[in-house]
Design a protein. Structure first.
Length: 303
């Protein structure tokens, strides 16, 4: 077959979906101009679809996904008629493949996310939008208030955690005064498995930017949780990594509950204040935190 008549891979995308039978899936869709032959390989990194008689007519290289299961997807033209699409996975999972006829032709890969539900099953997580009521928190150069912007992030986090199978306790959902003692008491009395406080960073220097995750030194697992959350937040938001540090205000939570305070970005930086006004950050910040929790719960018993 001449190169001009070969099927061409023109697009590739992925999303997390609910399946027809209520399954929770990571779906990868590979679009091409026509059907083509392929073989499936289980690799050390994940799963590879090796196509023959097909050309890659889209940018080659790595595509970041970071959905808690799929880390990324690599697309490569291996030779004149061979294309390789490899899904890099966080862990081995069950999957199935389907073909959807039509134009474009779609090769659909469904990956089972039920093991993530297993990680969160029975877990109690406190989600704490910082500040509220008379305590506005930080203020952006224009007018954005920290107490307001953390609420939709918390709502996204609550939704995603519940879908993953966790029990979620919210310290507030509206604009109300909640003391630090009441916030911590909710976690302690509820025997929480993790406490996630949501904030933004505030600086007198408007050039300061980026995200950080603070932790309770009173609990020895908090620093590890902070490291995982910080790593995943940076992957999702693509902002400057301000690292992790101790937050003494969290030490009152005691020895039994890992607790972190996520400074999503810096509200006093004009660029990041604009970023905070968009819907994208609300979802991506929550995704990053959930991904950090996935890594944390998956690592329990190995450290």
């Amino acid at each position: 077959m001449s190169l001009g008549k070969m099927p061409m891979i023109t697009n590739l995308w992925s999303k997390v979906i609910d399946g027809e039978k209520g399954e929770w899936l990571s779906r990868v869709v590979i679009e091409s101009t026509k059907p083509y032959q392929y073989a499936v390989e289980d690799t050390d990194a994940g799963i590879a679809l090796v196509g023959s008689g097909v050309l890659v007519n889209m940018p080659e290289g790595s595509i970041e996904v970071n959905d808690g299961l799929i880390r990324g997807i690599n697309v490569k033209q291996e030779n004149a008629g061979g294309a390789r699409v490899e899904m890099v996975l966080a862990r081995p999972v069950k999957y199935d493949l389907k073909c959807a006829a039509g134009f474009p032709f779609r090769l659909v890969v469904n990956l089972d996310r039920s093991d993530i539900i297993g990680l969160f099953n029975g877990k109690k997580i406190v989600v704490d939008p910082g500040h509220g009521g008379r305590d506005a928190g930080g203020k952006g150069p224009v007018s954005l208030l920290e107490k307001n912007v953390v609420v939709p992030i918390a709502a996204n986090l609550e939704k995603q955690l519940r879908r993953a199978g966790a029990q979620v306790m919210m310290t507030r959902s509206g604009d109300e005064d909640v003391s630090i003692n009441d916030r911590i008491s909710l976690a302690v009395e509820g025997c929480a498995d993790a406490y996630i406080s949501l904030h933004t960073h505030v600086s007198a220097d408007s050039s300061v930017d980026g995200a950080a995750t603070l932790y309770a030194a009173s609990n020895r697992q908090s620093a590890r949780l902070a490291g995982y959350v910080q790593e995943e937040i940076i992957k999702k938001l693509k902002v400057r990594d301000r690292g992790t540090a101790r937050q003494p205000l969290l030490d009152g939570i005691g020895e039994n509950i890992p607790a972190v305070e996520v400074e999503v970005v810096t509200i006093t930086n004009i660029v990041e204040e604009v970023f905070l006004r968009g819907l994208t950050i609300q979802k991506r910040a929550a995704e990053g935190i959930v991904n950090g929790l996935i890594k944390y719960f998956a690592s329990e018993g190995r450290n």
